[in-house]
Ligand binder design. Sequence first.
Ligand SMILES: Nc1ncnc2c1ncn2[C@@H]1O[C@H](COP(=O)(O)OP(=O)(O)OP(=O)(O)O)[C@@H](O)[C@H]1O
Length: 268
Amino acid sequence: MSYLTLDGVSHYYFSKKQYTEALQNISFSVKKNEFVSLLGPSGCGKSTLLSLISGMLQPAEGDILVDGEKMDGSDLEIGYMLQQDYLFPWKSIIDNVLIGPRIRKRQTNDLKQRAITLLEEVGLENVAAKYPNELSGGMRQRAALIRTLITEPEILLLDEPFSALDFQTKLKLEVLVADLLKAYQKTAILVTHDIGEAISMSDRIILMSSHPGAIEKIYEVPVELRDESPFLARKHPKYSRLFDKIWADLDQEKHSVIPQEENAYERS
Ligand SMILES: Nc1ncnc2c1ncn2[C@@H]1O[C@H](COP(=O)(O)OP(=O)(O)OP(=O)(O)O)[C@@H](O)[C@H]1O
């Protein structure tokens, strides 16, 4: 049963000098609690797609539906996590986490308690009173994740949230995010350039092509990988098989998706 549906979505950008056809006739569905990754070359429209789903942009053509109803951005709680953490440097971690509810004047003692519980779940309870510049990049991204989850979003949009992190931190965060999303039963869409990340975290992977952005192929991730944490999924033989399939499907001259080093290690 589909939860989020994109039906024939196209989008264009106009500027004084240029017209860009960013997305053409995109149709796919996402089930409730499903984790879907968008993979594709730079400029194929992945971020534009997330902006359309978030309601920040309106599609030039086509519809975006939630539970069969045309989406009205205001009635759906969407969480957005980006490559940069965008924490306010002058606010403590706990105040950064509670910024959303505070702006909407929804802060309660229960929410503060929830923030503390979530910070504990990602190992940040001891730095709640510290400021962002006192934390490592991985810790800051964990705080950004909790800031996203505190508002209990129905859909989480993750736009390359791990790409600025070193490989070890990135792997740890992938495991953490996957565990949290499973525990809190969240529907999530991840934009990534990393085939390994897409396979190890997703239920399905949508491969896009560019000029204009379109869906090239959709892959089901084998259930054996989905049942594992991202770290263990990377060791499964079916991981390498799917990795090779996606890599083979990419036209290497056109696509700038880069295989991650651990996969080269696995195959050596
Ligand atoms: N605000 C904008 N004005 C004009 N053109 C834009 C704008 N935003 C994006 N584009 C163009 O739309 C196309 C899709 O861009 P988008 O950022 O969605 O791609 P992407 O797949 O997320 O790229 P990347 O992987 O590099 O982040 C590109 O050709 C881009 O130049």
